[in-house]
Design a protein around this ligand. Structure first.
Ligand code: URA
Length: 190
């Protein structure tokens, strides 16, 4: 099974579920075969416009943090749990982001697991609560799990805060850097 084929199957599956609605899918990108796979929540507006994960504000934060830890995004594989932008209409009538629903996450998890199998990374880095809960037991929360390696079947899983969380909570910036330093240490010794 190639990544192209997996994406084609996923696109057909989503088109079947959301018949009549136009869902723009944003697939993962990067090195298929990378030792590290980053998994975010869902694409936002910029990601949907450009058809690439983490290219908006959260992506800029992510790139900054990675650079600070001496890591390059092109050497990784980056994806999201939910592959379309979850939206709602604001009180002002604008289309805005919302968190993905449980149903949306549930729909995508088997596809994410297949994507992980294909990339076959040594470590999956989850960004925020959504991918952490999607791949482990639901009781796990990022506030407790962040910055420590755990097992994910035959791989490692390293939970980190979502790079957008520092936008809302600048105090997390130092925590984010510390966690990434732990990860970068492991990465350099690969
Ligand atoms: N936030 C995410 O979780 N993923 C993206 O691709 C962009 C923002």
């Amino acid at each position: 099974m190639s990544m192209e084929k997996l994406r084609g199957e996923l696109a057909a599956f989503i088109a079947g579920i959301y018949e009549g609605e136009k869902k723009v899918l944003v697939f993962g990108e990067g090195d298929v075969g990378a030792p590290v796979m980053l998994v975010g929540e869902a694409p936002g507006e910029q990601e949907t416009l450009m058809g690439r994960p983490f290219v908006g504000k959260a992506g800029k934060n992510l790139d900054e943090f990675l650079a600070g830890a001496g890591m390059e995004r092109s050497a990784l594989y980056v994806t999201n749990v939910v592959k379309f932008r979850p939206t709602k209409t604001s009180a002002a009538g604008r289309t805005v982001n919302r968190p993905p629903t449980q149903e949306e996450v549930k729909l995508f998890v088997p596809w994410l697991r297949r994507e992980i199998e294909l990339v076959d990374p040594k470590c999956v880095v989850t960004l925020g609560n959504v991918p952490l809960k999607a791949l482990t037991d639901k009781g796990r929360v990022i506030g407790e799990a962040h910055g420590r390696f755990m097992e994910l079947e035959k791989r490692l899983l390293f939970p980190m805060y979502h790079p957008a969380s520092v936008i809302y909570n600048p105090a997390l910036k130092a925590v984010y850097r510390d966690d990434l330093a732990v990860f970068a240490h492991w990465y350099k010794n690969l």
